[in-house]
Design a protein around this ligand. Structure first.
Ligand SMILES: [Zn+2]
Length: 356
């Protein structure tokens, strides 16, 4: 692991700004930020976590012939020290009576299937790694995250995020598991442009997984991440829009073009979002959306193999937006012919968002 952090689906800056605008959100937002802070100070690496998680997680990385280990734990409103919690469902178990358990399990399985069938990747690490998820983290926790070793889901306060919303949308689960894939491939550093690329790959492939499961074409898809999971006090439709960055909810600050790039410091202030990783990701997100829709058909036919090839073979921990553009153009050429229409469509997408 090149970088020590937890990848939250809902940026802390959004929680804090929502609380600034709406007094009713203050308590929910503060609870979630306070509970998240202990993770920031722990900043445990994968190897540390495997040790921390104890016996159940000793199986992380274990291969089975089927390579399909998928296990859900219930942390029963406990916190960091209680992860992963009590084992409630594995691959050979029937569905649980708990909807969150079944959603976490099913969406993880779908994400694994997508990676295996479409991108020929064997789980997060390409070596059959067990998918571990914990549900019911903390009390009314308004977030979900990949902590370097497993998925963790809060229940949502109902105000910022809908109760039960965090496991509901496949794109959220696939987004977080893709952070795991990024960790085991390019290892994009979670800061500024490389961090925004980390976020963007998670949004892009997370969206493609949802489109794949629904059988949607790129032009028919809504390109929303976290659709329908906002709580009663948040005005909007989703956490992010790849088609129209900056329009997902009231206060969405994502730019769609380099001229609107938001230059923030990467300090410990959660309002600065690791140097705008969830903010500037709007720019590469829009590039992916443009490439996928111009290539036509399904986003998993060409766009996602190109982006995945760039991620797995060409990008490095400190890659920036220009390098990502060059890498995807090189991948398009390698996979579908140098100088051909596919390569040109990828180049024009990056030009349109002002990266090239
Ligand atoms: Zn993320």
């Amino acid at each position: 692991m090149t970088d020590r952090h937890a990848c939250f689906i809902l940026p802390q800056v959004v929680l804090l700004e929502a609380a600034d605008r709406n007094e009713d959100l203050r308590e929910a937002a503060m609870n979630t930020v306070a509970a998240s802070a202990s993770m920031r100070t722990q900043r445990v690496a994968l190897t540390d976590l495997v040790r921390l998680l104890g016996a159940p997680a000793a199986r992380i990385g274990e291969l089975t012939p089927a390579g399909r280990l998928n296990t859900v734990y219930d942390v029963r409103n406990g916190s960091w020290d209680d992860l992963p919690g009590v084992r409630v469902r594995g691959v050979d178990d029937p569905p649980s009576g708990d909807r969150a358990v079944n959603e976490a399990f099913d969406h993880a399985a779908t994400t694994r299937d997508f990676y295996a069938k479409v991108l020929e990747r064997d789980s997060i690490d390409d070596a059959g790694m067990e998918l571990v998820s914990s549900v019911h983290f903390d009390h009314d926790f308004d977030n979900a995250f990949w902590n370097g070793a497993q998925m963790v889901y809060g229940d949502g306060s109902g105000k910022v995020l809908a109760k039960g919303g965090l496991t509901r949308d496949l794109s959220v689960v696939a987004h977080e598991l893709t952070h795991g894939v990024v960790q085991f491939t390019a290892g994009l550093r979670y800061s500024k442009q490389s961090g925004a690329l980390n976020e963007s790959f998670a949004d892009a492939l997370g969206s493609v997984v949802r489109q794949w499961a629904a059988g949607e074409t790129a032009s028919a898809a809504d390109w929303l991440v976290g659709e329908g999971i906002l709580g009663s006090e948040m005005k909007g439709v989703a956490l992010r829009s790849m088609k129209e960055p900056g329009t997902a909810f009231e206060g969405d600050r994502q730019p769609a073009h380099m001229r609107d790039y938001v230059d923030l410091p990467d300090d410990n202030n959660p309002r600065n979002d690791h140097g705008g990783v969830h903010i500037n990701s709007g720019i590469p997100n829009k590039a992916f959306y443009l490439a996928a829709t111009r290539l036509g058909g399904h986003s998993w036919d060409k766009a996602s193999p190109i982006w995945y090839d760039a991620l797995a073979k060409r990008l490095r921990p400190n890659s920036n937006f220009t390098e990502a553009a060059d890498a995807t153009i090189a991948s398009a050429g390698a996979l579908y012919g140098v100088g051909q229409d596919t390569e040109k469509a990828v180049r024009s997408a990056w030009e349109e968002v002002g990266v090239l």
